[in-house]
Design a protein. Structure first.
Length: 378
């Protein structure tokens, strides 16, 4: 579910897989009455998500990764949010989180600068987020900046992030203005971008960026491949996310790294440059590997003449390569690896969006310390 970068005028589911390396101890000499104190290197923290799927009306397999949130402030909850590499920040419906009397269709019912309810600080800073792959798929979410301790995960494994800034929303509508049911648009955006900035320069971004992994580890996360066999109609818990990166991850883990650029007010957008190839064409493109987009990929071709999205025929080979040398390819099938081709002039975006299908066979990494994105074929 990528955030609508083009609308900002940019050229644009618990425990992760066991580490295959042995964690060593790092000795640090500290003054303590003449004795050396050994501070061990922390062990990476493992959490995960639920992998769910169903066949929708057009016979395509729709898959989704769902991250459970089980407490916000002092309020115990049980909501599953879309685990999304295409946006940054926790975005959640206020229904079931705060008292119903506080929620109206036009905003939250309080008149002070902020209010604390159920251990959640809700500020009077309002905004709107737009999500979508193109002009025809734009959804809008209206809400306020809020802060609270948030428990990410469930009994399978979890972490708590203290005083996490997040977006508490009171209304979400689709491109035609139809309102979504409560919690239909909850998103757990893990990208290092800022989904929203506010008047006082506050912003929401990846909840993982606020988690301290411990001594000797780099702040960041990796997602191991989530094979299609792990998905089920009810949702299967998959150990695929590791918080805290080791030197092996960053230096000999087999990832192809791209340095992300900072955009004022937007943070580090997970947009890569490279080349798109399909149907004999070789086209320069920007690209986004987006776990929140499914079941279609959206390929932006500025040489295309179509004025609306066109579904590629069966058995069409598609490949992309990044400027850092990573290559990803697939062939369109009847129910998997579906892809639309769009002309950016009509879609409103020049960013090709590669769907959740990428994550079935490949790994993904974000290094928050050095602002790098890593991709790896499995």
């Amino acid at each position: 579910m990528n955030k609508n970068y083009f609308l900002k005028n940019l050229s644009i589911f618990i425990l992760a897989c066991l580490a295959f390396f042995a964690v060593s101890c790092k000795k640090e000499s500290k003054s303590n009455g003449g004795n050396n104190v050994v501070t061990p290197v922390a062990t990476p923290t493992k959490i995960g998500f639920y992998a769910a799927e169903q066949v929708v009306v057009d016979t395509a397999i729709y898959r989704v990764l769902l991250e459970p949130i089980t407490q916000i402030g002092t309020q115990a909850i049980n909501y599953d949010l879309v685990f999304d590499t295409g946006s940054g920040g926790l975005v959640i419906d206020a229904n079931g989180v705060i008292p119903p009397a506080m929620i109206t269709k036009s905003g939250f019912n309080f008149t002070t600068d902020s209010v604390v309810v159920n251990g959640i600080t809700i500020t009077n800073q309002t905004n709107m987020i737009e999500y979508g792959d193109d002009n025809a798929t734009t959804d809008k979410v209206y809400g306020n900046l809020a802060y609270a301790d948030v428990k990410i995960g469930d009994q399978n494994g979890n972490i708590t992030v203290k005083r996490l800034p997040f977006f508490l929303y009171y209304k979400a509508v689709d491109s035609k203005g139809n309102e979504f049911p409560a919690h239909d648009f909850d998103v757990f955006g893990v990208a290092p971008e800022y989904d929203i900035t506010f008047a006082n320069n506050a912003y929401i971004t990846s909840p993982f960026s606020y988690f301290d992994p411990g001594n000797g580890l780099t702040k960041g996360f990796k997602i191991d491949a989530v094979p299609a066999a792990n998905f089920s109609n009810q949702g299967t818990w998959v150990s695929a996310v590791t918080l805290g990166l080791t030197s092996a991850d960053l230096n000999s883990g087999g990832y192809s790294f791209t340095q992300l650029s900072f955009t004022q007010g937007e943070g580090y957008l997970p947009i890569l440059s490279g080349t798109l190839n399909y149907g004999g064409k070789n086209i320069a493109t920007k690209m986004l590997f987006d776990s929140g987009t499914e079941p279609y990929s959206y390929l932006e071709d500025n040489t295309a003449t179509n004025t609306s999205a066109v579904l590629l025929p069966l058995n069409t080979p598609v490949s992309v390569s990044t400027t850092s040398g990573f290559n990803y390819s697939f062939t369109t099938l009847a129910i998997d690896n579906l892809a639309y081709v769009e002309n950016p002039k009509y879609s409103g975006s020049d960013i090709s969006v590669l769907s959740l299908d990428y994550f079935l066979n490949n790994s993904y990494l974000i290094d928050f310390a050095d602002n790098k994105l890593g991709l790896k074929s499995n």
